[in-house]
Design a protein around this ligand. Structure first.
Ligand code: SF4
Ligand code: SF4
Length: 300
């Protein structure tokens, strides 16, 4: 195995109520699950372990998972990513975030009600070394991406944009494409490094694997059950648990994706929910054309 990357569902609790969130409940992952997960990972045939601490809001239970994360980081090849809204930050987290091999990804949508781009989140983000920003594009914020672009461009932050929930809204894909072009134009004004952006699973970053749900990537529920993907937690289709093993169930690449001009950069987006052909593929391709051109110009 080249790598293994569990999505660790530290808690179902959250301090926000995003309209699109799929997580409900109050469960918290107990210490025994971390203990068994650590054993399972260290026995796996790879030295490249990328731990993703998520939720809910993982900083609400930072004290519980910090000892596990710290002990895992002592092993060569272990990296940590914390996916947080950065609303309530325990003081001790700032020091942890400075450790080598720890990266923080912050959810900022610049929405009207949640995950707003306000002074507080800007100030907290600036305290972190090389953070990535994650933005879920919905009808609430898609016309406000220009402000996000200025924020990202000014700081050259990594930026991960997803439209997982756009399909369920009323604006058309054409309207989204217009806003994305505006966004790219603003980023160019800041001489942005486009190797640091992803749109759904499209990225020109070297070594990008695409989604490997059920194979190198899997999700661990608070009770220790293992699922292909975090969105399947609680459904009657677990593929293992941390006390034992999990059954690797890679999703085969779709024929249409294999023939796609940008397959090497998109890798088929979401194998679970994204059907092809799909109107979003055209938006991904337009976005890809702009980004690849820009990266090639810079490299020339
Ligand atoms: S067909 Fe769509 S999902 Fe598949 S690689 Fe192309 S853009 Fe990506
Ligand atoms: S299967 Fe889809 S929703 Fe699940 S991790 Fe992969 S891209 Fe995300």
């Amino acid at each position: 195995m080249k790598f293994v990357s569990p999505w660790i569902h530290t808690t179902e609790k959250c301090n926000l109520k995003c309209h699109y969130c799929y997580v409900h409940g109050k469960a918290v992952m107990p210490l025994t699950v971390y203990h068994n997960l650590g054993k399972l990972l260290l026995e796996m045939p790879t030295d490249n372990i990328h731990l993703r601490f998520a939720g809910g809001e993982p900083l609400l239970t930072f004290d519980i998972w910090k000892p596990f994360a710290t002990s895992m980081l002592k092993h060569t090849g272990v990296t940590v990513e914390v996916l947080t809204n950065l609303i309530d930050v325990p003081e001790s987290f700032w020091k942890f975030a400075e450790l080598d091999n720890v990266n923080v990804s912050i959810s900022i949508d610049n929405g009207l009600k949640v995950k707003m781009l306000d002074k507080k989140v800007v100030e907290k983000t600036s305290r972190l070394r090389n953070p990535w920003i994650m933005t879920t594009v919905t009808k609430e914020n898609f016309k406000r991406l220009d402000i996000m672009a200025a924020f990202i461009g000014m700081n050259n932050y990594g930026w991960c944009l997803t439209t997982d929930y756009f399909e369920k809204t009323t604006p058309s894909w054409e309207e989204l494409a217009v806003e994305l072009f505006r966004t790219i134009k603003i980023l160019k004004e800041f001489n942005y490094d486009f190797t640091r952006i992803s749109f759904n699973n499209f990225s020109v970053k070297s070594g990008f694997s695409g989604c490997r749900a059920g194979d190198e990537m899997f999700a661990v529920a608070c009770n220790g059950n293992i699922y292909k993907c975090q969105t399947l937690i609680g459904k009657p289709i677990k593929i293992g648990d941390v006390k034992h093993e999990y059954k690797r169930v890679a999703t085969p690449v779709r024929e249409l994706c294999k023939k796609c001009s940008i397959y090497g950069f998109c890798k088929g987006w979401c194998p679970l929910y994204h059907k092809v052909p799909n109107p979003i593929c055209n938006v991904i391709k337009l976005f890809a054309k702009e980004i690849i051109e820009e990266v090639n110009i810079k490299e020339a």
